[in-house]
Design a protein around this ligand. Structure first.
Ligand code: BGC
Length: 419
């Protein structure tokens, strides 16, 4: 009796056992790893020197994917998230490149042959040049082109794919590209940002319905369709009214707006969550811009940081999981990761986030899996190749892959399900 309760106690406090069917994996996105994505808006902006670095050959993953998936297998991953590059599949308006479709067919087959569940993103920040030249996401009527691409791709791969992510981080895209001017098309317009955001929400709703219809027509089991929402842990720096209001508004707008909208339209089968860390609000003056954007410029309430200076805050993941409980939908962590040269920090980051995730699961949050960002070091958008998020180190001079120790530790957890 005593032995049994001791064991129960031990299990409760020390051994954290994830469910046996939990998904363990890592993510990439096409433009960040494939290389030579000639036909998208990022490539064009890179050639025009509008960005710090050009993606160039990136990790040559378009050619080396089989080698990379072998590594994922060796690391006991049972799922893998990647994106299909729209501009490869449809380099010209209405002209589909069948060799690109065949390529992605092989990518999916390669994963499935190894027992790795594909989690497929349909839009991860990049657009075909022809689409952006027509006006891109700032024009409402152009979403029909994205829906045509969705229809094509899902029609091709419905039988092979269960998990779809229509759009990666819609709000990050609209704000970086249309408000902050950091990403192509580098605009600074609040009006356009709002328009793009609504357009993306609408595109998801329609894409969701298209995907489900295709599965129904083919008499396939229901797919799991979502977006990847970028969630941040908004915290106050000083306990002022402005700061409290800022945190409330940011959480409602940045974290929950999309999920609320899509849930209301019944177009989420799960919630894809990308979580990196804390946003410490410190608002100097009244005004919507300050309430939505001001952060503490001093090192108040210091935390460990990644190499881009973002605050590492594992407890935030727990808090967000609890906040999402009200939606009554399963959650898939579609990104969580750290860029650092210190691989011990990477492992601490992963372990601590898994512990917080587990705590939320013990409190009834249904989590389907944990996907680390990223399988390999890659092209970090406007920050170039400097930040290293990968479980696998890439030597960009010769494309040599080297598995980092943190990846091996995560592999043990993926194998045993224990942390
Ligand atoms: C994006 C990735 C990016 C990562 C790290 C996410 O916002 O989906 O493309 O590399 O964060 O910044």
């Amino acid at each position: 009796m005593l032995g049994f309760s001791f064991l129960r106690c031990y299990n409760k406090f020390y051994m954290k056992q994830f469910p046996h069917n939990f998904l363990w994996g890592a993510a990439t996105s096409a433009h960040q790893v494939e290389g030579d994505n000639f036909h998208n808006d990022w490539w064009l902006a890179e050639q025009n020197h509008a960005l710090r670095e050009a993606s160039g050959q990136a990790c040559r993953h378009y050619e080396l994917y089989a080698q990379d998936f072998q590594i994922a297998k060796e690391l006991n991953h049972n799922c893998h998230r990647f994106s299909i590059e729209w501009s490869r599949v449809e380099p010209e308006d209405g002209k589909f490149d069948f060799s690109a479709i065949e390529h992605y067919r092989h990518v999916i087959a390669n994963l499935k042959d190894q027992g790795i569940e594909p989690v497929v993103t349909l839009l991860h920040f990049t657009n075909p040049v022809w689409f952006s030249q027509k006006g891109g996401w700032a024009k409402f009527k152009l979403q029909k082109y994205f829906l045509r691409f969705v229809n094509k791709i899902v029609g091709e791969f419905a039988g092979e794919v269960k998990f779809w992510i229509t759009i990666n981080e819609p709000l990050v895209y609209s704000s970086h590209s249309f408000l902050l001017g950091a990403w192509p098309p580098k605009e600074h317009s609040l009006f356009k940002t709002a328009k793009v955001t609504l357009n993306l929400a609408n595109a998801h709703i329609k894409a969701y319905r298209i995907i489900h219809k295709i599965y129904r027509d083919k008499s396939l089991n229901r797919p799991m369709v979502s977006i990847s929402a970028n969630l941040q842990a908004f915290e106050i720096c000083r306990p002022t009214l402005k700061n409290r209001l800022a945190v409330y508004l940011r959480h409602k707008l940045y974290n929950l707006y999309f999920i609320d909208e899509l849930k209301r339209k019944r177009t989420l089968d799960y919630i894809g969550v990308n979580y990196y860390g804390r946003n410490l609000a410190d608002v100097e003056k009244w005004g919507i811009k300050h309430l939505l954007l001001d952060t503490c410029p001093y090192n108040h309430h210091p935390l460990r940081k990644n190499s881009l200076g973002w605050d590492i805050y594992p407890q935030g993941l727990y808090k967000l999981m609890i906040a999402l409980k009200k939606y009554n939908l399963p959650i898939l962590i579609t990104e969580n990761g750290v860029c650092t040269e210190d691989d011990n920090l990477r492992w601490d980051y992963i372990r601590e986030h898994l512990e917080e995730l587990f705590k939320a699961m013990e409190e009834g949050v249904e989590v389907l899996g944990y996907i680390y960002w990223s399988l390999m070091d890659n092209f970090e958008w406007d920050k170039g190749f400097g930040p290293r998020f990968g479980l696998v180190h890439i030597d960009y001079r010769n494309q040599k892959r080297t598995i980092k120790p943190s990846a091996r530790k995560l592999a043990q957890v993926a194998q045993s399900g224990e942390i």
